[in-house]
Design a protein around this ligand. Sequence first.
Ligand code: ADP
Ligand code: MG
Length: 348
Amino acid sequence: MVSPKLRWNCPSAGGLIPDNAAMSLGEFDLIETFFWRRPGQGPHRAVVGNGDDCAVIAPAPGMQLAVSTDTLVEGRHFLSTVSPARLGHKALAVNLSDLAACGAAPVAFTLALTLPRVDEAWLRGFARGLLDLADEHDCELIGGDTTAGPLAIGITVMGEVPAGQALLRSGAQVGDDLWVSGHPGEARLALEAFRGSLHPGLSTEAFEATRLAMERPDPRVALGVGLRSLATAAIDVSDGLLGDLGHVLRRSRVGASLNLDELPVSPWLVARSPDERLDCILAGGDDYELLFTASPAQRERIAQLGAELGLVLSRIGRIEAEPGLRLWRGGQTVPNRWTSFDHFKGAA
Ligand code: ADP
Ligand code: MG
């Protein structure tokens, strides 16, 4: 039987592969060439790493494993114009962002790669973007799966957090402050520029800067770890600030007031119309900033953490007992006309 994955010059596929494929890199050669590290190269966190039927990892004593999966599909999560290095970076970054939202420190990840063809230059760039970010966060690639088909990248990431200290969506308390990191909205501005829907369009400088935010997000791992003992709840902003805030409010069974005047405005959004600015910040998506809640007693320590990390942390609202979300601007409530991105309902 010809397995659908045996279309390359796979050494163990004995006779299934046509001779003219012999020049191309086989499946196992490909995996070894691009995704396995030599001893001393890259982090080593696993007891048994890449190359056996399973990887084996042992969490440190007193730690719990936090596990999360995210898949990127061409046309859905990234545009075909993205460079392979940035795509490799982003595929891991969106997964590390989930660990950050739980306050977990990265340990290891697996990579399920579906490729339409073996393009060595593409693989080299992709592996560099992916493994550079992995090394930066001491996160070992311990295994995966490689198959042929439309381009898709699935990553499962594992992190560790002291037992009982994982930050959850369900922990927000009435009276807590509501905070957000960085400048949400930049990725959406770039996406709209790609779609040609901005009038006026962006300057080259603004386009390149916001495109970087969209294609190469920085997961807030150190912030998540620093917030373990400070925050009551956290989530990473992937589907839009208001939509993701909604998840925290529902899971915590609370409501909130959000002050639109306190939202951090990226320098690239300052020049846009007020409506466009709010659309991007509140419902943009693909931000990978952390939205979190904390007692007002922690304000000073949170400000200090932001300063240590060189990260803008903005206090944008307050958790309240009354269910639902109330938006304020200039001391008045304003209607909520924003919804978040839903893959099955279409764009916001
Ligand atoms: P099996 O058929 O036993 O599931 P595979 O042939 O799929 O194993 O993979 C062989 C080895 O290479 C395994 O250790 C697997 O984890 C690893 N591997 C496969 N694809 C990748 C990849 N894209 N990145 C890293 N490791 C991979
Ligand atoms: Mg096996």
